[in-house]
Design a binder for this molecule. Structure first.
Ligand code: 2E7
Ligand code: F3S
Length: 344
């Protein structure tokens, strides 16, 4: 790990009797390239086509992002039949959609824009290739998560079997164990997935799969950073939503890496100051759908009580960017707002 000491003293607290608190900011944290792209798609669509623009499902799993876009004219729905106008653009969330949702949109003559993360689309393609080659597909993922629903929905019913745990692997009853492939959700725990893949390989030696797994770079990097910081912390705060898979995995990663006092919070107001009593070092990270503004808010809240000594622990650099859908490519860049990031 490269530990970049920023050594920034932040304090709104008056009086020197306030306790000093070391803050270790994990980096990378927060927005990934897929989230940046998805939010830009909604913002550019609003600029180009005007309001309202419909979005199926939360564009990313964060209430702050969703309500900021609602303020600009986005309307969020869970299903297409909630949309009464047929002449407004519809955007599919970053998590991906089953094929029949796209077919439904086409049959209603909706103009739709697909904000599915390109790394999820890559998994959809992998699934299609395995299917065409006659393989039964095992998907490692969390039941009911929209990404899992979208990936399973790329192929006919029965083509993909979901496993969530090592125990599930023991109960698999494939039609032909020489014709098996595995794929995974992109936001899983790297360590849990390794164990499930090992169990699949032990039970079905002929199974084929990706070189390592389908967990994306952003998920991997954020978990790595949390792992390196957690053992040094008395407490950790992960900024993210309860329905955010990658954020939940960061919370679990921190606990397993040795920081039992780890909380997942959506906003700074949820910080339990009593749980930080006596803490000397607090680690902070944020899920891929959590805006940097919310991390700033956490620092602001902590600085009301403590004299902060803030350092950044960077374990990887990220410079990945994804191209926009063709229909929006000629649009002028969106004024920095939600997609703005604060360095560190
Ligand atoms: C899409 C995908 O919105 P999120 O919290 O989603 P998860 O999947 O972690 O619940 O984070 C961004 C994102 C991550 N993966 C969006 Cl497939
Ligand atoms: Fe894509 Fe990974 Fe982000 S799948 S949306 S780059 S967390």
């Amino acid at each position: 790990m490269t530990l970049v000491i920023v050594n920034q003293i932040r304090s709104d607290a008056v009086g020197s009797e306030r306790a000093e608190l070391n803050v270790l900011l994990c980096a990378p944290r927060g927005f990934c390239a897929g989230v940046d792209r998805a939010i830009q798609i909604v913002e550019l669509a609003l600029e180009k086509y005007g309001a309202p623009v419909y979005v199926r499902h939360e564009i990313v799993h964060n209430r702050f992002v969703v309500s900021s876009l609602e303020d600009k004219g986005a309307v969020f729905v869970e299903e297409l039949d909630e949309i009464e106008e047929d002449d407004r653009p519809v955007i599919f969330s970053a998590h991906g959609v089953p094929k029949d949702v796209k077919a439904d949109a086409a049959s209603r003559n909706f103009f739709f824009l697909d904000a599915t993360c390109p790394l999820v689309s890559k998994v959809h393609k992998e699934a299609e290739i395995h299917f065409k080659r006659g393989r039964e597909i095992i998907l490692i993922g969390h039941r009911g998560h929209p990404e899992v629903v979208g990936t399973m929905g790329q192929l006919p019913e029965g083509a993909v079997t979901l496993v969530e745990t090592v125990r599930d692997v023991a109960h698999l009853t494939p039609r032909d164990s020489s014709q098996l492939a595995w794929i995974s959700q992109t936001t899983l725990s790297v360590d849990d997935t390794r164990e499930i893949v090992a169990a699949l390989g032990a039970r079905f030696p002929a199974i084929v799969g990706p070189h390592k797994d389908d967990i994306c770079y952003a998920t991997t990097n954020r978990q790595d950073s949390v792992k390196s910081v957690a053992p040094q912390c008395d407490a950790m705060i992960i900024v993210g939503a309860p329905n955010s898979s990658n954020s939940q995995r960061l919370r679990e990663t921190a606990i397993r890496a040795g920081c039992r006092n780890t909380r997942l919070i959506q906003r700074a107001a949820e910080i339990d100051l009593a749980s930080l009593e006596g803490a000397r070092t607090v680690g902070i990270s944020a899920g891929a759908s959590a805006p940097e503004r919310l991390v700033e808010e956490v620092l602001e809240r902590l600085s009301e009580t403590f004299r902060l000594n803030v350092s950044t622990a960077r374990t990887a650099d990220e410079d990945i960017e994804f191209t926009l859908p063709r229909a929006l490519r000629d649009s002028r860049p969106v004024e920095p707002s939600l997609t703005e990031t604060i360095s560190g």
